[in-house]
Design a protein around this ligand. Sequence first.
Ligand code: RAM
Length: 486
Amino acid sequence: MKDKDYFLSKAQDNFPELKFSVLTPDITEFIGSNGDSILLDLGEHAVGHFSFAFDKVNVFVDAPVRLVIKFGEDMREMNNDFSQYNGVLSKTWLQEEIINLDFPQKITMPRRYACRYIKITVERTTRPIRLFGFSFRASTSADVSVLKSANTQDALLNKIDLVATNTLKECMQTFFEDGPKRDRRLWIGDLRLEALTNYYTFNNLDIVKRCLYLFAAGECNELGFLPSFVYETPYYHSGATHIEDYELLFVVSVCDYFEHTGDMDVVNDLLGICKSQLESFRATPDKNLIATKQDGWFAFIDWCPGLECVTALQGVYLYTLERLGELLKAIGDEEYEKYSALISEVRSASKKNLYDETKKVFVNSSDNGQLSVHSQVWMILGGVITGEEAKKLLLSCLDNKAFKQPVTPYMRHYVIEAMLKLGMKDEAVQYLKKFWGGMVELGADTFWEAYIPDDLDFSPYNDRMINSLCHAWSCTPSYFIRKYGL
Ligand code: RAM
């Protein structure tokens, strides 16, 4: 019987093996007293556990020593004063500890951190102390030995590829995490992009299967939608949030997996859930076949402030229908005809109701008439508009202040996907270099959750300190570079 226990046991069968390595910073020893601090640099981003030792210098320390230990993914984060944090997410994501050590000892800190830099401040000691034996035990389930270099003719693209594979590697732990600093959980939107990039880099199929099954085990809401995120530590827990575009992208993730592997066992296990996601979605369009906002409605699309998402969601729906249709055709499923008829119907309805023929743009009263790159891109990806007409539309909205622009590498992934669908390879390379290359030029070791070139303080959560600087959904340049030979 394919129930929660079945899916969880399948997820367990595909538990990926973690590989460990030990990093040591260039500084090996530090002598300090009250108020002194040391900054350690691991030389690269790492996810894992930090150890060190302390001892007296010459006079025995006759009281507990209090240290403040701060971990950061980049130097901007290290230079922030965490006490000034003013964001909407919990401050406890900020990686800083106060520890009291009763006597000289070697200590391995119990929590896992995601960082390149570590700052230790001696807050209170009665005598100078010696800190030494710094080491960081890093983990990943990515097998770096199988990774081939991208070897493009372009130095910046090679660098972008390196940072992108590094981002993915860091997010690959016992499942695909969205960010190893925050939220450290599995989200559908992130899973899809991580899995795609993984196919062209580390090609670890177990972790993809595991993640698909972890969602299959999740509790659906009253509409039948899968949870949009799950946790697995310390025990399985499916998230209470249901994001409409993410439930659809679960279906796409299964289609991607099948396209890459031809694995019918997984399809047999998950096809019912895929079909049910699309059936559930059918409750949302109006009589014109256009998506509407529902009670408790939430579509993600991007973290762009004030973004209206209905048209984009309609595009995600079409994109998913098309992918599922292809899968059904490939496996000879009798429902293929039904899906392909539906795609044509919803496409024509979208063009008829959402495309303004005079202004040559998609605009929707359910989006309050708001113009966005997001709507145009998803209508292109949904196949509502094609060829030269679509190219013109895309070029006219990018960098156009009249249109809401993407703010996350997640949404920018879909901009590039739309460009490549339209054969705009040169534009795709330029766009990739501008946004991911921009982060590289700012010294990124891993790609960030959000990036607006002229607003480096931007945060979806109102404070840049909480942004994840190694974020799964930003790893797709390696997918584009390797799959399309950019
Ligand atoms: C944030 C994370 C995650 C994303 C969701 C929608 O919490 O950044 O990656 O998928 O938002």
